[in-house]
Design a protein. Sequence first.
Length: 428
Amino acid sequence: MRTARLMTAAASAAVLTLGLAACGDGGDGDGGTTGDDMAGGEQVEVFTWWAAGSEKAGLDALVGVFEEQHPDIQFINGAVAGGAGSAAKDLLQSRLQANDPPDTFQAHAGAELQDYIDAAQIEDVSGLYDEFGLTEAFPPDLIDLLTSDGAIYSVPSNIHRANVVWASPSVLEEAGLDPAAEYADLDAWFEALDAVEETGKTPLSIAAPWTQVHMLETVLLAGLGAEGYNGLWDGSTDWEGAEVTAALEDFEKLMGYTNTDRDGLDWPDAIQQVIDGEAGFNVMGDWAEAAFQEAGATSPDDYVYFPVPGTDGTFDFLADSFTLPVGAPDPAGARAWLETVGSADGQVAFNMAKGAIPARTDADTSDFSEYQQTAVESFASDTIVPSLAHGAATPVAMLNTITDATSKFTAGATDLATFQSELAAATM
């Protein structure tokens, strides 16, 4: 039965891969799932969208550690390519609704998990945090962001930073700017963007609406500060307030510096404009570091990076994480996978290949890249806030509504007052 189930899932995944472009109850009722609750441990089907590039390299490295730590458990690769994860999420939802879950699946840590929690599709794994020593290894701010109603439902494999500006030194020098300069606030950055615009180059490259939402969250963070930004998601900051209006005005001004073909591009295309010296700046998560490295670029000669102006001292985080589905066929195999995902060796191997950083603050990152070293330092010392665009701050339905409102606004279909009202309505 198990073999037939896996073959069916693999066949479904293959159909989706060909059709799209690449891009029960084990809880103890008290403190979440622990090792004592589980039986089996023969194999683990790990469901992800890491099917190519640095993501697959990271998964392969993590599997290598898993096989060293748990040599008696067979790893089953359930990766599904297509649509930057959309194909995998569609297939996953079909399987969960059919009571046919994988042993574990990838999801963004934080509020994106809320729909699975509300549907009782994933287990509380808080007990494993105590068993694996993760409560001490992860920063307290991260633990708080992972916790929902006193429970934790996933183990993060990595940490990405969203509030990063990437820039072309050659374009900045042509504009008379110092490539090593950082900007205290958005007003100072606007002056630099004006200077690039005068050269005829694109001041700020951007792509499809989700990348615009990505930039929007960093502008909100710059304008409101960490506490005010967090208040957008817990109700303590008024979406209709003057501070939000001012931040949205800054966002509108930034969009005025961007390329007009943006909606037809994805993030690698926008980053490529910086690599090729066609654009001065880009706001993107630190997976962009891998794009520069793949292009053979080195910093600071070929590119520079710094926190989005006004957000220094704050780490806008997102994380890939792994869950324990309700009704997982082999919960002991899933537990073993979660142990490796949370381990120092697993996190170092995975993130060395993927370009992110470990969630653990005690991992040995001495061999990581220069950028990764700065991210490690910031993650350990900065205030950590959740990403809007990448599932940490809001459930999926809310994010979709925000994205729709943003897309209409940046396309000129609504004015700023309407945009602000639609954002407020989306988060009610």
